[in-house]
Design a protein around this ligand. Structure first.
Ligand SMILES: *Cc1c(COP(=O)(O)O)cnc(C)c1O
Length: 320
């Protein structure tokens, strides 16, 4: 895939129409405390209130809605231990498409149960001795299933872009936008929407300090691969950007910032205490970075990407 056909804004607009009957138009929240602290107007796009608890439902739904009859019958396969698994499982159930999810056998039981609860078949693998990509590809080949990757796919990118499209249509132009970054599906889609609807807006991707492959790639101009980073932001533990996401991000995004796990915990605590929001660590990336910038007098958008965190883990992190 050296020369992929990259998605454009029109694909985000088409995705928005396609998923409208299924996805939640999530609320945009504001906080007086934040506005006063920043000396700015801050708008939070709350994808923690999206179906299954994260924006990933948008991309999954957009991808599955474009399956042919043949693809629908054979089913979808995905490998993920996180939100992509649940997004594909839920989208597949809504469309009566059989779904197989490849998950590590030591994945949290709650996540496995949630995925099975949506009616998906879970195939377990040993994360130390087996390759999930290989297992996914084998299943796809043997049973004619369609493999949907978590971020590096034009339909996924277009679907993820619909959240920022909604945000800008609701509140108007922004001066700056902060978006969590893992493999880059959300950031690439968001940048397509923002460049079109708020051309002057500065767009920032935010990733965990421990895994700044996106920042390295952005500055070096080639996709940098790293080992799985150790961070509490489990939705951004990706090892590299994608063939589709990278060129879009390189062209449309202004910069990539990083934040520490300690800053993520502080942001999580702020969301819980001040805004009464349950936000998972990865969902805090955008806000944690924005807090450090001097943005006085500006209009700022922050994507809260998800709220799926085990309650025991949540309490543990907040009391640390
Ligand atoms: C997947 C995920 C991300 C990162 O999204 P990418 O498209 O991989 O960059 C951020 N936040 C949450 C909650 C996620 O589930």
């Amino acid at each position: 895939m050296s020369n992929p056909a990259l998605p454009a804004y029109r694909d985000v607009a088409a995705a928005a129409r396609r998923i409208a009957a299924y996805a939640t138009t999530t609320p945009v929240m504001t906080s007086r405390t934040t506005d006063e602290a920043f000396g700015a107007k801050v708008y939070f796009k709350c994808e923690n209130f999206q179906r299954m608890g994260a924006f990933k439902f948008r991309g999954a739904m957009n991808a599955l809605l474009q399956f042919s009859e043949e693809q629908k019958t054979a089913g979808v396969v995905a490998y993920s231990s996180g939100n992509h698994a649940q997004a594909i499982a839920l989208a597949a159930r809504l469309l009566s498409i059989p779904a197989t999810i490849v998950m590590p056998s030591d994945a949290p039981t709650a996540k496995m149960a949630a995925t099975r609860g949506y009616g998906a078949t879970v195939v377990e693998y040993d994360r130390y001795t087996e390759d999930r990509e290989q297992i996914g590809c084998d299943l796809a080949e043997r049973h004619g299933m369609t493999l949907i990757p978590p971020y590096d796919h034009p339909h996924i990118i277009a679907g993820q872009g619909t959240a920022v499209k909604e945000l800008l249509e609701e509140i108007g132009e922004l001066d700056a936008l902060f978006v969590p970054l893992g493999g880059g599906g959300l950031l690439a889609g968001s940048s397509l929407a923002a460049r079109q609807l708020a051309p002057a807006c500065r767009i920032f991707g935010v990733e965990p300090e421990a895994g700044n492959d996106g920042q390295q790639s952005f500055h070096s101009g080639r996709i940098v691969h790293i080992d799985t980073p150790g961070t509490i932001a489990d939705g951004a533990q990706t090892q590299h950007l994608g063939e589709y996401t990278f060129p879009i991000i390189r062209k449309k995004v202004d910069d990539i910032l990083t934040v520490s796990d300690a800053e993520l915990i502080e942001a999580m605590r702020f969301f819980a205490e001040r805004m009464k929001l349950v936000v998972e660590p990865t969902g805090c990336l955008g806000f944690a970075a924005a807090r450090r910038e001097r943005l006085t007098g500006k209009r700022i958008g922050i994507v809260i990407s998800g709220g799926n965190v085990d309650m025991r883990r949540f309490a543990e992190l907040l009391s640390s």
